[in-house]
Ligand binder design. Sequence first.
Ligand code: PMP
Length: 354
Amino acid sequence: MSRFFSEKYGSLTPYTPGEQPQDMQYVKLNTNESPYPPPPAVIEAAKEAAAKLQLYPDPDCKALTAALAARYGLSPDEALLTNGSDEILNFAFMAFCDPDHPIVFPDITYGFYPVFAKLNGVPYTEIPLKADLSIDPADYVGVHKNVVIANPNAPTGMALSLAEIERVAAGNPDNVVIVDEAYVDFGAESAVGLIGRYDNLLVTQTFSKSRSMAGARLGMGFGCRSLIADLNTVKYATNPYNINRVTAAAGLAAIENDGYFTENCRRVAKTREETKKALEALGFTVLPSKSNFLFAKTDRISGEVLYRELKARGVLIRHFTQERIRDYNRITIGSPEQMRILLDTVRAILEETA
Ligand code: PMP
């Protein structure tokens, strides 16, 4: 830390992203990316846009916002594009939370929420998941604080039903309820359809997972006009050109090729269920997942040792050190071939360490 670093950030512990090691080629199952590349039309659109990189992009991101809003049955002023969904989440903390408007979220969830809270000086409360690691929606009704819930939750992969999400939105009419749907396309129900009825509901999604565009950094938020207007105020006070030209073009082509991604989500969900069964046959407990990852543990080997042994053999998964979940590992669903390598390697490790 330099002697110039602002005191307000002195005790800030930043978010730790999943490893992106460059030392060797891993079977990379640690950051919930899609195993499938974007379709040729998306790559072509990005290339074309790259030829105009001397020009600033459209700060309103009009074409993409209109296409996206139409895709979800909304009007353009009910949608905002951001640099990954991390950016819209941060904008939401900036816009709606402060010392008088604290926030709650589960004790086991996306690790960025407490970081956004600390960054923005927002008091927060962590509500424990139930013993089975699911969220109890009753815990989030009438909390008189803002709420952020990942649905499906991460790293558990478990989802609340639409009715349960609606109960939380309806149960906090005077607070903002943020539903982070980064993984919704892999099998959960989206709350976007509720936006017309709840002016306190902000739904965030991303192109990073189901649309194979983690490298492009494109996320979005959906909400009523006034919520989106507030978020635009924060955006224009922070980084008006938050969506670069190449990403905007790629995003538009992605929306025009929706069928490609729907099919990939179906494939990922099928591979997920096959992998779950195979892990259970090896003695793992695997949480029921509606996302593109599995959260699994076994008495046969500790979570940390399994993570380390897999990494030594070129397979990368994600281990978390939090006490409640240290026995588990989060495994991104890759291609069937990647999952075969994972399962063969797990089998070999279990045999060696038995
Ligand atoms: N929400 C959740 C629950 C996530 O796991 C992630 C991915 N790390 C994000 C949001 C942010 O993803 P991105 O910024 O790539 O859209």
